[in-house]
Write a new protein. Sequence first.
Length: 741
Amino acid sequence: MKNLIIVESPAKARTIKNFLGKDYEVIASKGHIRDLPKHSFGIKIEDGKFEPQYRVDKDHSAIVKQMKDLAKKSDQIYIATDEDREGEAIGYHIAKAIGKEPETLPRIVFHEITKNAIQKALENPRTIDMDQVNAQQARRLLDRIVGYKLSPLLASKIQKGLSAGRVQSAALKIVVDREREIKAFKPVEYWSIDAVFKPQIDAALVEYKGEKIAKMTIKNGETAHEIETTLKGETYRVKSIEKKQRKSSTPPPFMTSTLQQSASGRLSFSPKKTMMIAQKLYEGVKTDQGQMGVITYMRTDSLNIAKEARDAARETILQTFGEKYLPPKPKIYSSKAKGAQEAHEAIRPTRLDFTPQIAAKYLSPDELKLYKLIYNRFLASQMADAILESQTILFASEDGVFKATGRKLVFDGFYRVMGYDDKDKLLPELKEGQEVPLEKLTANQHFTEPPPRYTEASLIKKLESLGIGRPSTYAPTISLLVARDYLKIEKRQLIPTPIAFTVIEILEKHFPEIVDTNFTAEMEEKLDEVAERKSDWQKLLLDFYGPFIEKVEQGKKEIKSLKKAEPIGRECPECGSELLLRSGRYGDFIACSNFPKCKYTEAIVKDGEEEGGAPKTQTTDEVCDKCGAPMVIKSGRRGSFLACSSYPKCKNTKPLEKPKTLEIKCPECGGELIERNSRRGKFFGCSNYPKCTFVSKFEPTAKKCPECEYPMARRTFRGKDVYECIKCKHKEEAGAPESEK
């Protein structure tokens, strides 16, 4: 007879099976096998008690039967789901589904899927933590109560298909509030006085006639030009020279939120993509030594690191970089996140000898990028601090004081691994009292700017700081808001749709606690208290349910319907009742007033469209170069284009406008470089495609890379204008566009 180990994921099952012998059978439940029913409330409420009506869904019925059969033949059954609330709940439901009492089954946990970790876990089993399970059940039932009772109310009052949620609505309000700030923002004018001293030292005015000059001190052009005129005619000397050294502290290893933020900024990965790749790295990848997990568990809010991992990092640093890169003591970090579980670990590589260079043979390009990010961040977290020197020179005249600043990296420390992108900005060697010629002095107008829109990364950072949600909820919350058409993502910015404002306005007025970030954060803390056996999950549900349902019933009476129901002066062709103009999730439409008895509807035909909403075809004089038929103008997701009129027999298409051709030639074959468009935006490619596959995301220029002689592209990198080599990625600061050579 065998021992049975039950996990959630098939990939995880394969990796664990790779470490164990014939005495173990490993099977995956493929996620949650029991949940509340999809099409009914699914919670029985009697005498102040909440009883969830769990069901095994059809998709999991076969796997449940297989688990039951294997369980009957096994001497011992181990639950090996992830060590978090969700994993604990999955383990509980697995036990119930196979007819076992959860408390009787040994539960094994591990932060990494390696042979050593699995063996240690099998030697030290525990039982399922029912406090964690009850905390998860409370969260699930709270979300069902809010979603099942509030969503239909919004749909009935605004439009069909709307939803609300305990965490999603609070997150949506944060984005909507920021958009309100942006719309209400009024720019304020201010001026700066900037100087250039020989030899090419940039400086800013910080004092005028004994008064300190801050960013907003000079409010108009008249004052600025008076100051400019006065200071232009004065003589300047070096008033003071100051040099200071400061430490740049090592960053902590990643937890879920910081991994998502860093992957967004450095790799342009969405949080959803980051977690999908991290899940695969955790569950196992194929190597010469078989399947193994190469990072620790990726849903964590802990910065704790196992002693063995810290020791291994210090040994690697000493051998690879030398003593000066190794701090005297191991670095220990603690999370500031509310409710952080310090018994867990931060995200780190499971084996430091599996370097990114070795990993490149086994991982896909995107997997390697994320693995390298995790690997380098962990190693850097145990290295010595970097040391930078800041330089400050004050230039003074009779009426003004200008300040110039510089910096240089004295000791790279952890930057040796993570890279240092800022170039040294060195100031020349000057002496106090030395006269310095003024080369240029200008008054420059500025305007204050509105706060930036949230990105996925900055919203996650905000949610984390407010204590809203937990590591496993950040990415799904944003994905849901986008899927529900509450948010659009444009140029990585989150933009609320008009319906988002309408929903938030109603929730603010009638259900303020649902969008109150403090209330949502406090609920998370109460769930943590349930998990820590400090609070009863049934009481938590009861305290929320009564007042909430009372407000729902009140809302049914008080919330005014915003749905359109305007008569259009026509009768329904099917039943003769009046036709009404209504609004829906996808815009306005015409429907019968006798609904639901009569379900007649029709689309609204707009100018320039044919019946059914298709755009009217526009003919052209151009002929298809493949079949000779006339070309017509059609519209698509990326605008208008030319298409063959004999479609679908001929599927030839062309851009409506001739693509932009660059002056420089393709560096690979000498062909013309053309501006093109794709789903991901604009790019530049060779006209000889597919024979030549040269492509660049940024527009190539005539400027050549000093490292490899390849064309460089002008772009913005971390807020600065730079030239970047298309081939080797060498960067240098950009001057004015006219300086391209």
